[in-house]
Design a protein around this ligand. Structure first.
Ligand SMILES: C[S@@+](CC[C@H](N)C(=O)[O-])C[C@H]1O[C@@H](n2cnc3c(N)ncnc32)[C@H](O)[C@@H]1O
Length: 381
């Protein structure tokens, strides 16, 4: 996030962090822990701003030198943008002209325009259409090609416009680095589109985003077990990677997934599966709609079992209510106790939950190169 050649090298300034609507308090609490000198300022549903200290007061935390892993450590931030200010106007053309004036016409390799809060339904579709139209005007204003892919390339300096209300935008910029910072608003690109019919559940998309975000590499022909697998979207995504997949769930998995030759279902609760069945399993996934403590108990039972040597874990930890978000450090500590190195993020395609990807500590991990672009779906067979 540090950047020496930008307007934000001026001392102080504000950082705008996008998050899931409702996650604002959790995000502020993470910032207070990770970078206490950044003080929470204004917030609206979906965006929190933080006042950064002047560079001479706290050089290590100035806007010119934020910790490179800040976004990852914030967990609940989708993306972070250096604020340049607000513009107001009666229509998109006036707003866009004011935004370009404020940011300066040159020096941007891409433009991200996103509504402060993503909504489903017709209002959401209207906001996405307005964002696309505004982006077209802004691209022209910045001298960029109208057909430029909104997914930025790592290294790009990106102009950000956050559509707060129809007559007010927040303007800022960021440097694209890891995959989520390449996506407008940190939203995994297909999340704004209807999912193709062949995808069995939204969990397909969550896992696809987790793979892109964390650069998960399963290893060829790996054996993977998912606890909480019905109706089967995540298993479908795993099968697309050519893996040997077992789904554990008392509920039935969709017939298109169940029919795949490399898929098996153990129709029972996670804790009923005899531990010897996990010998030879490389990755363990969990996506159960139960309390995170119960998910951790089910995972820990397997991860610490004699004769089981997992390479990694991908776990969805549901947050039953936002007051429980503060327990996240303790949840992550459990993975460390089992001998794993956890990373966590609230994915843009998930609900009130956190995705934890944990690799065995000290293992030489062959990660895939991080990819900002969504995977191409294979047609269902
Ligand atoms: C959010 S859905 C999982 C979605 C699934 N991962 C997919 O890809 O479609 C939650 C699932 O957890 C299952 N579940 C809840 N408690 C469980 C337990 N103790 N053991 C196994 N599955 C459980 C439920 O039956 C339900 O199918």
């Amino acid at each position: 996030m540090s950047d020496a050649n930008s307007p934000a090298t001026t001392p102080g300034g504000f950082l705008l962090c996008a998050c899931q609507g409702g996650a604002e308090a959790a995000l502020k609490a993470r910032m207070a822990e990770v970078l206490p000198v950044a003080k929470a300022a204004a917030w609206r549903r979906g965006v929190v701003s933080f006042k950064l200290p002047p560079a001479d007061a706290s050089p290590a935390a100035s806007s010119a030198a934020l910790p490179a892993d800040l976004l990852e450590r914030l967990v609940f931030a989708r993306t972070a943008v250096h604020s340049l200010g607000q513009v107001t106007g009666v229509d998109q053309a006036t707003l866009a002209a004011a935004a370009v004036e404020l940011a300066g016409r040159t020096g941007f390799a891409n433009v991200h325009v996103w509504p402060r809060q993503f909504e489903a339904g017709p209002r959401g579709a209207e906001a996405v259409a307005a964002a696309a139209e505004s982006r077209r005007i802004l691209l022209a204003g910045c001298g960029l090609a109208g057909e430029l892919d909104p997914v930025a390339t790592p290294g790009d300096r990106v102009l950000d416009v956050v559509m707060d209300t129809p007559d007010r935008w927040w303007v800022g910029w960021h440097r694209a680095t890891d995959p989520a910072t390449c996506w407008p608003g940190g939203i995994y690109p297909p999340a704004t589109l209807p999912l193709p019919e062949a995808v069995v559940s939204r969990a397909w998309l969550k896992l696809d985003e987790a793979i892109a975000t964390f650069g998960i590499a399963w290893g060829p022909g790996a054996r993977v077990v998912e606890l909480g697998s019905a109706p089967g979207g995540a298993c479908q995504r795993l099968l697309e990677d050519g893996l040997e997949v077992v789904g554990v769930d008392p509920a039935l998995v969709d017939s298109t997934v169940a029919a795949q030759p490399t898929f098996t279902q153990w129709r029972m609760r996670a804790r009923e599966v005899p531990l010897r069945r996990f010998a030879g399993v490389h990755w363990l996934l969990a996506d159960m709609n139960i309390d995170p403590k119960s998910t951790l108990e089910s995972l820990g039972r397997v991860a610490t079992a004699k004769g089981v040597k997992l390479e990694g874990i991908v776990a969805t930890l549901k947050i039953p209510d936002w007051s429980r978000a503060g327990e996240l450090p303790a949840w992550l500590a459990a993975f460390r106790d089992w001998g794993f190195e956890p990373r966590a993020k609230q994915l843009s395609s998930g609900g009130r939950e956190v995705c934890v990807v944990a690799r065995r500590a000290g293992s030489v991990v062959e990660s895939r190169p991080l990819r900002a672009r969504p995977a191409r779906r294979r047609p269902a067979e």
